[in-house]
Ligand binder design. Sequence first.
Ligand SMILES: Cc1cc2nc3c(=O)[nH]c(=O)nc-3n(C[C@H](O)[C@H](O)[C@H](O)COP(=O)(O)OP(=O)(O)OC[C@H]3O[C@@H](n4cnc5c(N)ncnc54)[C@H](O)[C@@H]3O)c2cc1C
Length: 489
Amino acid sequence: MSRTPPRRAALRGLAAVGTAVIGFDPFTRSWAATASGRPLHDIPELDGSLHTDEASLNAAADDFGHLVHRRPAAVLRPGSVRDVVTMVRFCAEHRVPVAPRGQGHGTNGQAQAEGGLIVETTPLATVQPVGPRSTSVRVGAGARWSEVAKATLAHGLTPPVFTDYLELSVGGTLSVGGLGGQAHRYGAQVDTVLELEVVTGAGELTHCSPTRHRDLFHAVLAGLGQCAVIVGATVRLVRAPGNVRHYLLPYADLRTFLDDQRLLVEQRRFDYVEGLVSEDASGAFRGYALEAVAYGPPAGDAPDDTALLRGLRHDPSGAEITDLTYYDFLDRLAPGVAALKEAGLWEYAHPWLDVLLPGRAAADLAGRILGELTPADLGPGGVVLLYPLVRERLRTPLLRMPDDPVPYLLAVLRTTPPGDTATVQRLLAANRSAYDLVRAAGGTWYPTGSVPFDEADWRRHFGSAWPRLAAAKRTYDPHSILVPGQGIF
Ligand SMILES: Cc1cc2nc3c(=O)[nH]c(=O)nc-3n(C[C@H](O)[C@H](O)[C@H](O)COP(=O)(O)OP(=O)(O)OC[C@H]3O[C@@H](n4cnc5c(N)ncnc54)[C@H](O)[C@@H]3O)c2cc1C
């Protein structure tokens, strides 16, 4: 079948990149360098730049998972929020897919867009100044949580909840939820957001909050980028501790480990509770370590080991107790990440599984999933996390949680040699089986990892929240250009 030859006259959108000029041809749906000097129309001049070079396109066609590769047509490095508005409007007009990309730490092509435009949010990283009495901070979506923490800690303040790894973008974690060991006290990061500044899929710059464009606010938080690009967020702040005491408590039995974790989060005894599962001498995943942190003054009292550990059933001979500065605690993964990078393991494929288990079935589900895990399938440098949340603090409608007062996050964070596609496919299938098992028991997917999902799965995943998300999609992204990599619409 012959195709209509691309007409040069069809080049309608042009934008300056340095001294060169990039044109967009809606017939071939491609961007290309064109003769400079062409009149700029459709796209006004940008404060930042559009890139179509190989290095930019290849980088945007990859992510931390190294499993999915979809090549965009161009990458926007915005010089301003206005650039995001301009380019999203342009893409809406020409029906070009768009995906914002923070740090590209999704594992399943979530921030990729075949033949589309990637909006790198890294340049939108301003953290507005705060003072000692501030109760919130306004941050650009491209800021990393490490940057937000450093800026607010200078005034003795901190966002209340952090992901384990700090080098993720604010926009990236607010699009998925943002879970960490403090979430049992404060909810997920999305639950600490007071206001958002977004560019909708129609290219409208809008502020939204629980009292202003509430439908949009709730469609964007944990909304996987479907309705708008987050360009800024106002996040709650609390007093930061100077130092913290970190406890690592070994357990030999899964049920005892889970029960003690539950006790701690129900009693709010610690400020942070997580847990790790590792292999024992026989290679079975039956070594449990409860990780808990108590904040010192001025955010908490001086930690009292006797009171904090009372009644816990860990093996006291293996307990490790360490005092750290608050920032060193937040940034505790940094040395391990540096070692993984050094060993080349950061470039391995990451077919990750993240599921939320109903507390009532957590021991059974975790036991079955971990019972099938082998050290080889976890891979070198792989990690298993298992920790409780408190349902009533998780109030964001699109962050789908099991209907249980204390759900548990189970994260099997695998590494696999990137060229080993047979193993990757087998592990993706194992992720799907684990998800099916979890869902049948009332659990959900925490959609950051890699579980093969189709549109029907997404509908089921969002459940009662689906009609409102679908309505918001029609209203705010009427041409359905935003974030196709999630595969939801
Ligand atoms: C090493 C590591 C540790 C992690 N630890 C945790 C953890 O402790 N807790 C936790 O909850 N998660 C954790 N995650 C998962 C992580 O929170 C998500 O993958 C998150 O989306 C990554 O942020 P990012 O900036 O890399 O986003 P990207 O991968 O760039 O984007 C992820 C998705 O969000 C969309 N998006 C990005 N920016 C915006 C924006 N401004 N507006 C709208 N949509 C946007 C993208 O289009 C894409 O669909 C971890 C991931 C890694 C790799």
